[in-house]
Design a protein around this ligand. Sequence first.
Ligand code: PEP
Ligand code: MN
Length: 329
Amino acid sequence: MIILMKKSATEAEIQAVIDKIRKAGNEPHVDKGISTLIGVRGDTTRLEENEFMLEGVDQVKRVSSKYKEVSREFHQQNSKIKVGDVTVGGGKPVIMAGPCAVETREQLLESARGVKAAGAQILRGGAFKPRTSPYAFQGLGEEGLKFLAETRKEVKIPIVTEIMNIGQMDLFAKYDIDCYQVGARNMQNFDMLKELGKIKKAVLLKRGPSATIEEFLLSAEYIMSFGNPRVILCERGIRTFETAYRNVLDLTAVALVKNLSHLPIIADPSHATGVKKLIPPMSRASLAAGADGLLIEAHINPKTALCDASQQLTIKEFQDLMGQLKDLM
Ligand code: PEP
Ligand code: MN
């Protein structure tokens, strides 16, 4: 339920509405735009709209979507999410780049220096890798987190890395990870989403390969409704009948999510296409569609990469890509 105050509403009238919401056992979410909007958190099914038609109230309406904290109806302004000292959703696109997986201390350090010099603001690199085959490289685990934390200090760049299960929460806290990535395969790991709702760090939530936009936003709602508003969405391609490239980068979803939600959404053309030469055009297309940033895989020597070798850019190719994005940044 949302209570829209009149432009002329006084502070006392706003406070009276807030008090009434609390008295009903719900929590208010106050959003001050041109006029004040007060969202009602919690179960509102037992509340009557006309109970809230107090002095200074213009309209009381029901939220039309299944998600509310995530919706633009509930919160009109774009949310700005901090990852370390970098703001995602602040208007200027943010580029997150780095290798698919952390392989060695040197590989990560060199990649971090390279991508930062080219203009990336956040370093990516997986320590825990969700691989289709159990025989494929599974990541360095804790050692990878340690290399990420050391590299962050050395290169002065915040880090994003994937968490695969609740059992890894303590390790992520130990290395003070700036942004917890929820991989596509874990988008509906509801128990983990609830735990991520209790932390004070950013969460990069990737869309599942066959998730609808509503399911995607409801997963974000899990994190927000458990108390963490720091959610960044990521479109990383969906599975269709097409086999000429890895996935289909759904840019319609990017444009639609910007309408439906106040949360920032970035695009991942690396995993969406799986094909190096498609990354520059799809990066440009993503920013043109309104993406708040990009996630790009770049490696010091992609030929030797332990995972996703065919889609990782060299540092030089990443620099060239950044040059091609200049007019869109
Ligand atoms: C990744 O970013 O390394 C990754 C595994 O991506 P996704 O979950 O989108 O497949
Ligand atoms: Mn990868």
